[in-house]
Ligand binder design. Structure first.
Ligand code: TXA
Ligand code: MG
Length: 334
């Protein structure tokens, strides 16, 4: 593959490339190049306090980045890697502060995409990669989305088709308290649910303690607003009429702050036409559709995007979808 060779060459030259994964496309650079890492933050417009995920192509590669590789991580890797699970573990000196934002831990995952795995294997070193979008904006699930986002940067993006999962990996921090006892800190919901992870460890006779009350310092980068489309997205939880929605928006949108935690809150120029979004009633499919729909409908007609939350959206299978769409919304009307 010609472009794969070119991508490896760019990585060797301490540059960055667009890399498909099964979740979303990433903006990848060598974990051993400060120049590449700085470029990732620079072209994304990402603050340095938001740490990066390191992508590996083998467990051996992963185990070289941590102080010790816990047996619970072996179990989870056997069950879910390659796949949409990111494990946060105590790092060793090979992992720079630029990647971890100065934390003592590193986030690692093995993506389930042939192109990503080929790229990492050909380059021979792990790749740090955030989602390939500008800071605070909608994540990319197609090559074109990445090219669109980084038009001015001459970025090489490897073709990998449409992302099969469609939203980012589940992130858990793993602490082995003793031989058969693990504390899991839930850092980001994904299509692999926290309960599945917990049950998997319990099958292997672990006692699992769940830490849900996450302090800011353990979970940097968890912004209130994130994934924001170009047109304002409004989530409507009740059965309001169109007129009632427009009235509420006219009353409430103007009072929103311009920026929250460095992310611009998207506001409409006028509110006349509402664009109601449609997603599959199946959570896996809705997740796959989410970011592409936000991008596409932002160019279509309508002044605001409206998503109606219904009763069918209850339950853990929808947790990751709502984590993302809630953060993408300028306003949630209950
Ligand atoms: O599916 C994914 O995980 C995608 C693809 C490209 O692999 N990547 C992704 O990266 O979503 P990004 O940069 O958009 O989100 C990474 C998040 C950070 O914002 C932070 O919340 C968390 O991972 N993170 C990274 N390192 C961490 C650490 N050491 N401790 C706690 N959270 C960490
Ligand atoms: Mg992201």
């Amino acid at each position: 593959m010609v472009n794969l060779d070119k991508a490896v060459q760019l990585l060797e030259d301490e540059d960055v490339v667009g890399m498909p994964t099964e979740t979303v496309y990433g903006l990848a650079g060598s974990i051993y190049s400060d120049k590449a890492l700085r470029k990732i933050f620079a072209i994304k417009g990402r603050p340095f306090f938001d740490p990066l995920i390191v992508h590996v192509a083998s467990i051996e590669m992963a185990s070289q980045l941590v102080q010790s590789w816990p047996s619970s991580a072996t179990i989870l890797a056997a069950a879910y890697w390659p796949g949409p699970l990111t494990m946060v573990l105590p790092k060793n000196e090979k992992v720079s502060d630029l990647i971890t934002s100065g934390l003592e831990t590193v986030a690692i995952r093995m993506p389930n995409h042939p192109v990503a795995l080929k790229l990492i294997k050909a380059f021979k070193y792990p790749l740090a990669a955030p989602s390939a979008n500008k800071f605070g904006k909608t994540s990319p699930t197609e090559k074109l989305h990445v090219e669109d986002e980084f038009k001015d940067d001459g970025l090489l993006v490897l073709e990998g088709g449409a992302c099969q999962v469609g939203i980012e990996s589940t992130i858990v921090m793993i602490e082995e308290l003793n031989e058969k006892m693990v504390r899991l800190t839930l850092l980001r919901a994904g299509m692999l649910t926290f309960n599945e992870i917990k049950r998997k460890l319990e099958e292997h006779l672990y006692r699992v303690v769940i830490n849900e009350a996450v302090e800011k310092k353990l979970a940097p980068g968890r912004m209130k607003h994130h994934y924001m489309p170009k047109k304002p997205l409004i989530i409507v939880k009740s059965d309001l009429s169109e007129e009632a929605i427009i009235k509420r928006l006219e009353d409430e949108l103007i009072h929103l702050p311009a920026i929250v935690e460095g992310v611009e809150i998207i506001k409409p120029a006028k509110i006349e036409k509402l664009n109601f979004l449609n997603f599959s009633t199946r959570p896996e499919e809705a997740a796959r559709e989410l970011y592409g729909t936000l991008r596409r409908e932002s160019i279509n007609d309508g002044d605001v995007l409206i998503f109606k939350k219904e009763e069918i959206h209850e339950g853990e299978a929808w947790a990751a979808f709502f984590d993302r769409i809630n953060k993408a919304a300028s306003l949630i009307i209950t």
